[in-house]
Write a protein that binds this ligand. Structure first.
Ligand SMILES: [Zn+2]
Length: 132
């Protein structure tokens, strides 16, 4: 496989997107793909059972600093994805990336630049304080 680049992905998405070229199609397909991700995760718990979801209120001690908070936050997921569920979720995430790429193409936005800017200006500079 050739060296993969995000820009190649974005250009290829533009090449192959024919039927759903309208912004309305792209927005609704992006929303649909997000729902399918949620559905795939839910089916991993309710149909397959490879993961269990134990949703409850986060138990956070009083008087801890924001930097200590991460140590107390739970994902509420027990277990791990089986190969079948992992493949399904990967497929749904990939579809979502495809439609995000298509949305970027409509507005002439470069996904690589977006991610680099987000990394530099939010993740690296602001760190955990940038995601409040
Ligand atoms: Zn599974």
């Amino acid at each position: 496989m050739e060296k993969f680049s995000l820009q190649d992905f974005q250009h290829k998405a533009d090449d192959v997107l024919i039927r759903h070229k309208s912004i309305l199609d792209i927005l609704t397909k992006l929303q649909e793909s997000s729902a399918r991700i949620n559905r795939a995760v839910a089916k991993s718990a309710t149909y397959c059972g490879c993961i269990e979801l134990h949703i409850k209120k986060q138990e956070i001690p009083e008087n801890i600093s924001y930097s200590q908070l991460k140590g107390y936050m739970k994902s509420h997921v027990d277990g791990g994805l089986c190969d079948v569920c992992k493949e399904k979720i990967e497929q749904e995430l990939s579809t979502s990336f495809f439609y995000m790429s298509a949305l970027c193409n409509i507005f002439d936005l470069d996904m690589k630049n977006l991610l680099e800017d987000y990394y530099e200006n939010h993740l690296k500079t602001l760190g955990k304080y940038g995601l409040l």
